[in-house]
Design a protein around this ligand. Structure first.
Ligand code: NDP
Length: 281
């Protein structure tokens, strides 16, 4: 039976480090959060970010812009925050209204204030193993894997899902540890090859958003399984991996909820402190 890879104990440890670093700063670091329009999901992220920030001594400034804001207006707004020396980090909440292109917006935030780690300059640094501001979900998955203490050198790591926030950056982080990395996506599934890749995974990370996509019986004996997926099934939240069957085969497995989720907001706060330090350097 697998050991549970829970996010909370790791998050608690990182939070303690953040508290100490914030306490040593001359001024409270400021996190500027921009919410464009009304969205229930985004509003709930904002609440949990504000709560986490407050508990760590970080000032959370919420800026609400109207649903009909233009891209140019948002760009101008971000540029003002970029040049505001009292702001350490900026986050633009997702989703954005359809008239605004997120890719353009993520490039307006100064790389040293980009606490989501999505500016091309920060993504590029991952390639060279020099990133200070990592995409939060990929960093969370990596922290869970690292917490097992298993040496990744030469291990078969399989990632299902190639999004910019999870699969792609995580592939580079695993490669940096000398894992042999395979990234699967819709093309892999449509070619009927997903099963063969999953079966060989000694480290399996799934970030798709489809309940039951990975049958538990496919999980390799002794594998480390990190399930990033969040799916609502009836009144339950489940991941992308069939937990009960996978748990019997894996050596470590994340619960959903309770695995990656509790870590992502902590990683955002860790990036904020890193950003504050980068601006002092
Ligand atoms: P995206 O929709 O951006 O990416 C999903 C990925 O899965 C894409 O690469 C897609 O490929 C691939 N995919 C879709 N269907 C299949 C399939 N049948 N077989 C293999 N690959 C497939 O999602 P995100 O990366 O943003 O999020 C993924 C999941 O993780 C979601 O459930 C989300 O809610 C969750 N999540 C959880 C977080 C947490 O804190 N716990 C944080 C962020 C996300 P293609 O694009 O080619 O179709």
């Amino acid at each position: 039976m697998a050991k549970l890879l829970e996010g909370k104990p790791i998050a608690d440890k990182i939070k303690e480090e953040i508290r100490q670093q914030v306490a040593a700063m001359a001024m409270k670091p400021v996190l500027a959060s921009i919410l464009v329009g009304e969205n229930a999901g985004a509003a709930s992220y904002v609440r949990s970010q504000a709560k986490a920030a407050e508990s760590l001594g970080i000032e959370y400034q919420l800026h609400k812009l109207g649903e009909d804001s233009t891209e140019a207006h948002l760009v101008d707004f971000i540029k003002k925050l970029d040049s505001n020396k009292s702001v350490a980090g900026i986050i633009v909440q997702m989703p954005l209204p359809k008239q605004i292109d997120y890719k353009k917006i993520s490039q307006c935030i100064l790389p040293e204030k980009d606490i989501e780690g999505m500016h091309p300059a920060n993504i590029g640094k991952i390639l060279f193993g020099k990133a200070k501001l990592l995409p939060c979900t990929a960093a969370s998955a990596m922290a869970l894997i690292n917490s097992t203490g298993v040496d990744l050198y030469g291990k078969e790591a399989v990632i299902v899902g190639h999004s910019e926030i999870v699969g792609k950056p995580l592939s580079l982080l695993l490669l940096d540890k000398f894992a042999t990395v395979t990234v699967c996506h819709i093309g892999t599934s449509e070619a009927g090859k997903l099963e063969e890749h999953v079966k060989k995974a000694e480290v399996l990370v799934v970030a798709v958003g489809k309940a039951g996509l990975i049958k538990g019986e496919l999980v390799k004996e002794g594998a480390i399984v990190v399930d990033v997926g969040i799916n609502r099934v009836g009144d339950k939240i489940v991941g992308d991996v069939e937990f009960e069957a996978a748990e019997k085969r894996a050596s470590y497995i994340t619960p959903v909820p309770g695995g990656v989720g509790p870590l992502t907001v902590t990683m955002l706060m860790r990036n904020l402190v890193e950003a504050a330090k980068l601006q002092l350097a």
